[in-house]
Write a protein that binds this ligand. Structure first.
Ligand SMILES: Cc1cc2nc3c(=O)[nH]c(=O)nc-3n(C[C@H](O)[C@H](O)[C@H](O)COP(=O)(O)OP(=O)(O)OC[C@H]3O[C@@H](n4cnc5c(N)ncnc54)[C@H](O)[C@@H]3O)c2cc1C
Length: 427
């Protein structure tokens, strides 16, 4: 199904209207065809244009219609998996290269925003809190480890007393403040990337769902009303890939995550929730994440589901997670509730790869895609232009397929997720 409108959300309600891109009609030729108009696809287009390639982006709905226009807007440092986990998985040298790429990802987001004057409310800092007392020592160790082994000085431990001065949130046992993190308005960022891609000469089509593609001398990509033939193809569909490419599908799992926006809060109340206007996140397996909007709404994300269907009242679905942390918001109106689909992997590291000499993909950012999907675009452009080294730092992280493969992964995933979310609740 093609949908030329964004889902209803506070993000969609607070962006400036942007003219639609046309849909693909007839035949087009490009060096590279990119399927998907989120951060991965748009960043790929921008970086390929910098290298002189002609690019056509095909988006089934609108640019930023997927997770890129609906997410929490947190731009975290490093990778989604912790460094000590990565050290065990791939060794110290490779883990350091991944850390460096994680920092480069945040820099790439910031540079794109600055160089192209993308107005997307970019701010600094994330306050991450321990939801269980036994996790606090681990946070202190992490700060030391990042300082001693990676030379990273922008993160510090926050003890429970200081934390109590920084937020009125309940149930926290210490935290870390990482001033290298950023946060932003995700749909404004996605629309900004689309503008930059268009101005740099990429051709973007909306309302153009790819139905199939085939490889011969060239790659032939078909929508219901047109065809693109290209030397290279990039799959940038993430949680919405569905059946387009079954060869990668077993390594990612689409899951749904939800957000709400409250009514605008009085300044004093807003500051008591998050004193310094950082973003915040907790340590639960089904993570809660939140921040304030420009107009002092609390934008709160929490709760997941694993089937195609979204809850009927998504605001009410998320509200219970918000009230666990901020019971003082019991009488606050919820103005918007929405959900989106993202792709996760077994080890929570993204899945980058190639299916042939002409077909490349990156997806499965597991909730860390604002920076890493932006970086993916840069690395996809590099590998297409013949420099595979940095792309392969990401692509060579061992990945596992979900038990049950493409067909039977749901029951195992749902059982596993429910087990961990139960553990969140039991403490
Ligand atoms: C509620 C929520 C909160 C999140 N919070 C955060 C956060 O705070 N920080 C963070 O780093 N990450 C977060 N994420 C994850 C992040 O949003 C994603 O990792 C990132 O946006 C992925 O970008 P993408 O371009 O790969 O995919 P998407 O933005 O999902 O884009 C894929 C696009 O492909 C298009 N498409 C699919 N199939 C076809 C086809 N056949 N033909 C043409 N087009 C097609 C879709 O329409 C879609 O627009 C969150 C995700 C959700 C859902």
């Amino acid at each position: 199904m093609q949908n030329q409108a964004h889902v209803e959300s506070w993000y969609a309600a607070s962006v400036l209207p942007m003219a639609d891109f046309p849909s693909l009609q007839g035949e087009q030729v490009a060096d590279v065809c990119v399927i998907g108009g989120g951060y991965t696809g748009l960043s790929t287009a921008i970086h390929l244009r910098q290298l002189g390639y002609s690019v056509t982006v095909l988006e089934a709905n609108k640019v930023g219609w997927g997770a890129s226009g609906r997410n929490g807007g947190h731009v975290g440092t490093g990778q989604r998996a912790d460094q000590d986990q990565l050290e065990k998985l791939v060794g110290m040298e490779h883990a350091k290269a991944l850390w460096d790429l994680g920092l480069e990802a945040v820099d790439t987001v910031c540079q794109l925003i600055e160089q192209h004057a993308i107005q997307c409310e970019l701010k600094h800092g994330n306050l991450h809190v321990a939801s269980k007392a036994k996790e606090a020592p681990g946070l202190e160790e992490e700060v030391e480890h990042l300082s001693n082994v990676y030379g990273y000085q922008q993160i510090r431990y926050v003890d429970p007393v200081e934390l109590g001065e920084m937020t009125s949130g309940q149930g926290f046992h210490g935290g870390t403040l990482d001033s290298g993190c950023r946060h932003l308005h995700p749909l404004k960022y996605a629309q900004g990337l689309a503008r930059v891609a268009r101005e740099s000469g990429a051709t973007i089509y909306e309302g153009s769902r790819v139905l199939s593609y085939s490889e011969g001398e060239k790659v032939t990509v078909k929508t219901d009303q047109g065809v693109v033939s290209a030397r290279y193809l990039v799959l940038a569909c993430n949680g919405y890939l569905e059946k387009l490419e079954p060869r990668t599908a077993g390594r990612i799992m689409p899951i749904n995550n939800y957000m709400l926006a409250t009514e605008p809060l009085p300044e004093e109340l807003a500051r008591s929730l998050i004193r310094d206007d950082s973003s915040m996140s907790d340590s639960l397996f089904v993570i809660d994440y939140w921040k304030l909007s420009q107009d002092n709404r609390l934008l709160f994300g929490g709760g997941e589901s694993y089937s195609r269907r979204f809850p009927a009242d998504m605001g009410a679905f998320v509200r219970k997670y918000m009230l666990r942390i901020y019971p003082e918001l019991a009488n606050t109106r919820i103005d918007y509730g929405w959900g989106g689909t993202l792709a996760i992997t077994m080890n929570r590291m993204p899945d980058f790869g190639r299916l042939s000499a002409s077909v490349f993909y990156a997806h499965g950012y597991s909730g860390h895609g604002v920076p890493i999907a932006t970086l993916a675009g840069k690395l996809l452009a590099e590998v297409i232009s013949g420099s595979a080294e940095r792309f392969d730092v990401m692509a060579s992280v061992p990945s596992q397929t979900f038990p049950g493969g493409t067909l039977l992964r749901w029951p195992g995933l749902v059982a596993g997720m429910l087990f961990y979310s139960l553990r969140d609740r039991l403490g």
